[in-house]
Each structure stands twice: as structure tokens, then as C-alpha cells.
Design a protein around this ligand. Structure first.
Ligand SMILES: *Cc1c(COP(=O)(O)O)cnc(C)c1O
Length: 338
């Protein structure tokens, strides 16, 4: 039994999802003639109370397109220093959009309206123009922590008052909503654009949705094309996305419970320290010398348990659709035997 805790992106389609994919009606989506892609986009837009959506190959692409549409070169995006758009998108904000980022610190990957207000630049020739705020929910590098709508609302209100756009990197938004019980509709009201990964906790093999108003999506579609993301019979993939939204949202709570169970076991281990608060499906902790993250993971690998180091001493485990209760028990046992 191989247990892969590297990421929630490693899930494979379930037999029922594969069945839905095989039965998809398809067409050429570059001509907007793929009925299954169109259905997924309509579903995504409706979920967030927005006018339109765009199916893209990845969450990196949906974020990059959102930055591109919302900004011009020499503008600035305000975000947390741990943001995926800064940390893990190859510096694409500079390459694709010619913008700067203003990085803010903040507990558990979160920023506040006061911080954003202080970060907004006055208008001088020698300063970039503050144009966009990007929030991440859940926050990946911060350990899967989440914002509540109550925390987001003042930031959204401020952006509207000051004429800034606000984007949500919601790669794992549904993990946040599983904890808060809040609705996608209510989220949609607070953002100009939302990026949603279908290929993380939701368990689709490929794809992300970018959601916004009609004019935003019209421009986004052009940038998707120039980035090489115009796919043809993408309905086979979109069908997996529809299936994921219909069947894999309610079960995310199980992943969170599994993460907390593993966290309880980690607390018993003398070589483990600094376990970050486990809010959703991500588990971050440090291992003490003489262990390194790599040597710790080598021991687990011999038991068929895989993950990846997130720093010299830092390990991340991710629970997901393909991690069963039985596997969690096996992980707990392997940890106790270390
Ligand atoms: C995974 C992730 C992305 C990007 O998704 P890819 O599909 O891997 O490109 C964006 N933001 C966050 C927070 C993520 O965790």
C-alpha cells in the first residue's frame, strides 16, 4: 500500500469520475463549442453569483491571467509574503504582467484591511500604482489556514472604496468553506475574480476555473489563448471538474479530520517540534537534529509513505481523496515506530 502525502494534486480519478469523463460530449473549446466545458464554466459562474468563468489548465494560469487582466505594466499587486503568486509561480507576475508585488507579513498567511490601507501608494511618477489586492484562501505555505468572510469583508470594502481590484487565489477555497460553512455566493460578492483549482482537494486530474464578470472573462479568454491555454476537446477534463464539484466537496471534512488525527500522533513524537496549527488538510512541522526533513522522509519512504520536504527541517503532509482511514492508521503506526 503506497501512501502519497506529497500533495492533494496527486489524486487519480475515481472509477465514477472516469466514467463521467468517458461519457462527456465534446467539441472545440477554442470556438467555445465544447458543451461540457461550457457547462462547467456556467456552473462555476453560478456557484459564485458571477456572470462568467473560464476553464484553464492550471491554477497558475488562472492566477496569472487574473493579474494580467486587472493590471498594466508598472502597477503593483498587494499580497501576503507567502502568496503562491510570489513563491511558486516562477516570478510570472513580472514576466507576464510587468508588475511589482508589495509583500505584507501576517500571522498564518493572512493580511488585514489596515495593512492594505497603509500599503496603498500615493501617486508619484517614481512609485508603482497600487491596482490589485490578492488574497489566498486557504493559505498554502502558511499551513492551510483560512480567512473567514468577516475577515475578508473589510479588505474588500477598502478595495472598492479606493478603486483597487481584489482577486482570490482560491486553489483550496472549498477546504476553507468546509470549516467555515460559508457559501461560494457570499465569497463571490467580495471579489472581482476567483481562481478555483479542481485538481487539488476536489480530485479532478487537471484544471482550474477563473470566475468573474463577462468583460473580465472576455479579456481573460484572449490571454489564455496567448499563453497557450486554449484547449480543444477539453470537455473530457471539464467533465471531471463537474463531477468533482458535484461529488467531492462535502467529503473534504474527512481530509481535515485525517490531518488532525496525524497531528495528534506527531505531538507524541520526541523528534517533532513546531507543529503548525492544523486548520484544514495541510500538516506542517519541523524535525529536530540529527534528523533532517530528508532523512525523516527516507525512513517513512521505507514504509511506503511518501512526502516532500518544505525546508531543511520542515515537512509537509497533505491529506486528500486518495488517503483512506486505513492509510491514516498506517501513517500513525509508522510514525510511532520511528
Ligand atoms: C496549487 C496552487 C496554485 C496553482 O495551481 P497549479 O494548478 O498547480 O498551477 C495556486 N495557488 C495556490 C494557493 C496553490 O496551492
Amino acid at each position: 500500500m503506497l501512501i502519497n502525502l506529497s500533495s492533494d494534486t496527486v489524486t487519480k480519478p475515481t472509477p465514477a469520475m472516469l466514467q463521467a469523463m468517458l461519457q462527456a460530449e465534446v467539441g472545440d473549446d477554442v470556438f467555445q463549442a465544447d458543451p461540457t466545458v461550457n457547462a462547467l464554466e456556467a456552473k462555476g459562474a453560478a456557484l459564485f453569483g458571477k456572470e462568467a468563468a473560464l476553464f484553464c489548465p492550471s491554477g497558475t494560469m488562472t492566477n496569472q491571467i487574473a493579474i494580467k487582466v486587472h493590471t498594466q505594466a508598472l502597477d503593483e499587486v498587494i499580497c501576503h509574503e507567502y502568496s503562491h503568486i510570489y513563491q511558486y509561480e516562477t516570478g510570472g507576475y513580472a514576466f507576464n504582467s510587468g508588475v511589482a508585488l508589495q509583500l505584507l507579513p501576517g500571522k498564518e498567511g493572512k493580511i488585514t484591511a489596515d495593512q492594505v490601507e497603509a500599503a496603498i501608494r500615493p501617486v508619484y511618477d517614481w512609485l508603482p500604482i497600487s491596482k490589485l489586492v490578492s488574497l489566498e484562501n486557504t493559505a498554502n505555505k502558511a499551513g492551510g489556514s483560512y480567512y473567514t468572510l468577516e475577515e475578508i469583508k473589510p479588505i474588500s470594502d477598502l478595495c472598492r472604496k479606493k478603486g483597487l481590484k481584489i482577486h482570490l487565489d482560491g486553489a483550496r477555497l472549498y477546504n476553507a468553506l468546509a470549516e467555515t460553512g460559508e457559501s461560494t455566493q457570499a465569497v463571490g460578492e467580495l471579489f472581482d475574480s476567483v481562481s478555483l483549482c479542481l485538481s487539488k482537494g476536489l480530485g479532478a486530474p487537471v484544471g482550474s476555473l477563473l470566475i468573474g464578470d463577462k468583460e473580465f472573462i472576455r479579456q481573460a479568454r484572449r490571454f489564455r489563448k496567448v499563453m497557450g491555454g486554449g484547449m480543444r476537446q477539453a470537455g473530457f477534463l471539464a467533465a471531471a471538474g463537474i463531477y468533482a464539484l458535484d461529488h467531492h466537496v462535502d467529503r473534504l471534512k474527512e481530509d481535515h479530520a485525517h490531518a488532525r488525527q496525524i497531528g495528534e500522533t506527531l505531538k507524541e513524537l520526541p523528534m517533532v517540534e513546531n507543529i503548525r496549527p492544523i486548520r484544514t488538510n495541510l500538516i506542517f512541522f519541523d524535525v529536530k537534529a540529527p534528523y533532517t526533513a530528508a532523512s525523516f522522509l527516507d525512513v517513512l519512504a521505507k514504509q511506503g509513505i511518501q512526502s516532500v520536504p518544505m525546508g531543511p527541517q520542515t515537512v509537509r503532509f497533505v491529506t486528500h481523496l486518495d488517503v483512506t482511514a486505513e492509510m491514516v492508521a498506517k501513517v500513525q503506526q509508522a510514525l510511532r515506530e520511528m
